[in-house]
Write a protein that binds this ligand. Sequence first.
Ligand code: EPS
Length: 390
Amino acid sequence: MRYLTSGESHGPQLTTIIEGVPAGLYLTDLDINKDLENRQKGYGRGRRMQIEKDSVKILSGVRHGYTLGSPITLVVENNDWKHWTNVMGIEPIPAEEIKDVKRKITRPRPGHADLNGAIKYGHRDMRNVLERSSARETTVRVAAGSIAKKILLELGINVVGHVVEIGNISTTDVNYSNINDLKQKADESPVRCLDKDAEVQMMNAIDTAKQNGDSIGGIVEVIVEGVPIGLGSYVQYDRKLDAKIAAAITSINAFKGVEFGIGFEAARLMGSLVHDEIEWDVLQGYTRKTNNLGGFEGGMTNGMPLVIRGAMKPIPTLYKPLKSVDIDTKEAFDASIERSDSCAVPAASIVAEAVVAWEVATAIIDQFGVDQMDIIKENINSWNKYTSGF
Ligand code: EPS
């Protein structure tokens, strides 16, 4: 499976065309809209999220509720577009009017794509960079991820993203009985955090950041349960599934790090304390006593839940501006202030969930792949019987 996205943050719409989704998957806009709604929520979001009410239009590839195997086109319209038709208009304008286009940006924000993107593409108005590098693009990545999650759910595989840290505040008490409970509790929390004490402190930290005109980052965790053994491969570097997931996580706007299981902590411990001992029983087949490696050994899944963490830096658009240089005058200035979110970590946990689901679903279709959901289901069932009796 593959997909591309297109669309500017304040343009008419965001679009994705998804290729390779098997035929026979039940799919409606309701499945996708729930995820879009969750991505818009989260304590710390700015005014833009009050303007948008993201909902998807499915424009191809689905007939009478079932996927056809043909490319699926998804569109999410930007409500804000109506305020930006002059600034972001698609039609040509006379050269002498270009200098009068409003909201031109010549002062790059430190930490954003503005300056590098402007140099790379030769844009004197950095709005041309900002519009596409904006995290608004994650809307349709979440939509594509919803389809991946639908495929996985049909195969008994669940994916959930939640927040484990905002600023310096970490969760200490993450209680849940099963993955559905985890999902429900994350959905109910304004910061998608399962620790109620930490939740309050995180919201306070977001308030403080906002009052100071600042922004705040955090760490999200994605858990995937029900994964068959042997997705990905050790035989070639570009077939390692953990590597693909690491790339997917760091492709999310503002993400700077990724860990599997105990992650960087493994570098500080002796091998005997890190590696997960192997067990077998007739009901479950092969399992591990612990899951320090987060479900991956040798670039392949080992049947344990996947545990993936991603670190998001604070959003670089600040009301409290940092020093920068105007690219027209070369004078030092305070970087331009754009409307922004003070914290988008809860929303980013939904994006992380989506991109991980995409990689896992793609690996499944690569391995068990045919073009029909029913046959994929049969293939996985017989694979799971084979692996547990091996
Ligand atoms: C973003 C800036 C803000 C965010 C936006 C990402 O938008 P605006 O410039 O319109 O105020 O709200 O996020 C979204 C629109 C979204 O859907 O997540 C940025 O600069 O990246």
